[in-house]
Design a binder for this molecule. Sequence first.
Ligand code: DP6
Length: 325
Amino acid sequence: MTQTATATAHPNIALVKYWGKRDRALNLPAAGSLSATLGPFRSRTTVTWGADRDTFTLDGTPRDGGPLAQVSTFLDHVRAVAAAPLGGAAVISDNDFPTAAGLASSSSGFAALAVAATAAAGVELPPAALSVLARQGSGSAARSVYGGYVEMDAGVRPDGEDAHAHPLFDASHWPLEVVIAVTVEGEKDVSSRDGMNRTQQTSPYFRAWIDEVAPAIAAARDAVRERDFDKLADVAEASALQMHASAIAAVPGVLYWRGATVEAIHRVRALRRAGTPVFFTVDAGPHVKAFTAPDAADAVAAALADVPGVSSVLRARVAGGPELL
Ligand code: DP6
């Protein structure tokens, strides 16, 4: 008997970053993190159990090697909790946002896969367990199991059962917008997984970075609760810069920025100095993501499109959680 289900999930952007693991095999984060889930971008994933073997088609292209192995390992977690043998799965996933946007497609991809794979298997998981499952695919995916503003707990248990996300506030609590300044197109040369592992193993600043995370999360949580833009701006920019400082100090240095990245950061700072509510964050890539108020988003998009080296700007806003179709 074939059992099939389709789910969608949005990617998220961390305001307080996740960068480092306390257990690589179980993919447990070394510290917590705090994010906003972003639409309209989404991954849409269909899982059909009962196949001879696992297959994975991403954006219309059948994948094998590493990407298939990662999906297959993830599916093993679902097979382990299912009541009856499931066999292999055909996984078909599409992202409606360009890879070049520098949004973590792994966050929306594994969140959608967790929802679709469990639903198709008839496995009902409480939200925290769904977040644990998504985390085993990718740490940031644990947060995309929820919409709005989300906090990830590092947990303390060796088995990682307490390392999952929980929702803080719905998107409607504070409907911020995001302007993504796309700088260099193309795939990045160091994945976030490799970049954070190298930072952890070789950067003299890794410990100092980790020590900053818990107080940053407390401040960011308060700032979102109070809708205090300046407070959130200060903590989010500091978290992004501290994460990158620890990465740049790795050996060899993990440097995701290009010239246009730095120019876009300066433009965001100039806008904020002049009174526009806007702040920047940067993930494991060269693009700059500017959080802003809805009534300032047009001006921020125009200013960032004008930065030399910025090839395009994309618009997004804080959005809801996964949906089972
Ligand atoms: C810079 O979630 O991609 O986006 O758990 O190894 O799959 P793995 O890492 P991943 O790392 C995300 C890193 C980041 C910061 C963040 O999203 O918190």
